[in-house]
Structures are given as C-alpha cells and as structure tokens.
Design a protein around this ligand. Sequence first.
Ligand SMILES: Nc1ncnc2c1ncn2[C@@H]1O[C@H](COP(=O)(O)OP(=O)(O)O)[C@@H](O)[C@H]1O
Ligand SMILES: O=C(O)C1=C[C@@H](OP(=O)(O)O)[C@@H](O)[C@H](O)C1
Ligand SMILES: [Mg+2]
Length: 188
Amino acid sequence: MTGPSDTTEYVRPRFDLPRPLVLVGLMGVGKTTVGRRLADHFGLPFRDADEEIEKAAGQSIADIFATLGEPAFRDGEHRVIARLVDEGPQVLATGGGAFMHPQTRDLLKQKAIVVWLKTDLKVLARRVANKPHRPLLKDRDPMEVLREHEKNRYPHYAEAHLTIDTGDQSHARSVDLVLEALKTHLDI
Ligand SMILES: Nc1ncnc2c1ncn2[C@@H]1O[C@H](COP(=O)(O)OP(=O)(O)O)[C@@H](O)[C@H]1O
Ligand SMILES: O=C(O)C1=C[C@@H](OP(=O)(O)O)[C@@H](O)[C@H](O)C1
Ligand SMILES: [Mg+2]
C-alpha cells in the first residue's frame, strides 16, 4: 500500500471511530465538503452545524446574523453542537467560529476527536470569494477578514487533537490526509 502523498494505488484504511469526528478551521477550508466525504467513508451520519442551526431557527445563517445578531447566533451554535455531539458516532462540520466558544471547545475536546483543517489564506480567500452566504464577509475584503481570524482564532484551533494542512489539493486528498492522521492518533 502506498501513502496518501502518492498518487497511485492508495487504499483507504478501514477502521471505526470511537468518538464523533469534529472538523474546525477557517471559512472555506473544507469542513463541510471534506466532512461529508469523511462521513461517507466511515458510513456514518454527516452533520453540518450551520445547517442544523438553520433548521432549528427556521432561517438562514445570513438572516440570523441580520435579524438577531452574532451573539444570538453563537448562543444557538453552542446549543446545537452540544446536542449533536451527544448523538453518537458521526462526522460533524462546525462553522469557523464555533471553536472560539470556551464551553464548546471544552465539550468537543472531551467528547470528540477534533481535527483542525488549515491551509494558506490565499487559497481560502479564493474559495470564499463571491459566495454571499457568509455574513462575516459581507462588504469586507475576504483576505482582511481571514487575516484577522488567523490572528484571533489560530491559538484556539491549535487546541484541536489533530492539525492537518490540506494545501490546495483535491477533496479526496484531504480525506486521505485526515484518515492517515487519525490512524496514527488512534494508534491503529
Ligand atoms: N481540497 C479542497 N478542500 C476543501 N474545499 C475545497 C477543496 N477544493 C475546493 N474546495 C471548495 O472550497 C469551498 C469551501 O468549502 P467548504 O467545505 O464549504 O468550507 P467550510 O465549510 O470550511 O467553510 C467549497 O466550494 C469547496 O468545494
Ligand atoms: O467563521 C465564522 O465565524 C463563520 C463561518 C461559517 O461557517 P463555515 O466556516 O462553514 O463557512 C458560518 O458558521 C458563519 O458564517 C460564521
Ligand atoms: Mg461549512
């Protein structure tokens, strides 16, 4: 078997997750799209915290920010994540700010395997450009916001159990990198 850095004949390892797998990291890094693929790999439910908040609130994230404000969103985000993480093995994609909430952070570190996906800010800026659904980017230069988030959030993301630099590669390659890191972490 070859490793995930090779392009040929890589066979994904098969193992079960003992705890929910939770993805954290900046907007655009792939928490939602890579998370869905990881859930498919494990045959586990995929949950996206943003989607669950929208379901619970009956409105979009952008509308929640606009009508109730960010503090109300963060409050709902904490409650939704606290509920989800108790719902058994799953892959959970958080929103980029969720892990800044001290209780959410403690809860996830205790009950889940937390993976920080990271990559170059330039890659992120390109991915989030012209996507209107992220209220924190409304009327702002994405690179400027991402730089602020790098400064404020990276020290907290660093508390994740695993950190994976996904570069600017495919979703599939990101999945492979997460699986290999998990194998080592779980000593499989
Ligand atoms: N290798 C990759 N990993 C993650 N996302 C990628 C990748 N390549 C392209 N993208 C794109 O970047 C965008 C942001 O991904 P998304 O999963 O929504 O990020 P997040 O949930 O972390 O904000 C999507 O359009 C996604 O398809
Ligand atoms: O970084 C953030 O604070 C946010 C990230 C978004 O999720 P993604 O990271 O999935 O884009 C969403 O939760 C909301 O717009 C706020
Ligand atoms: Mg997302």
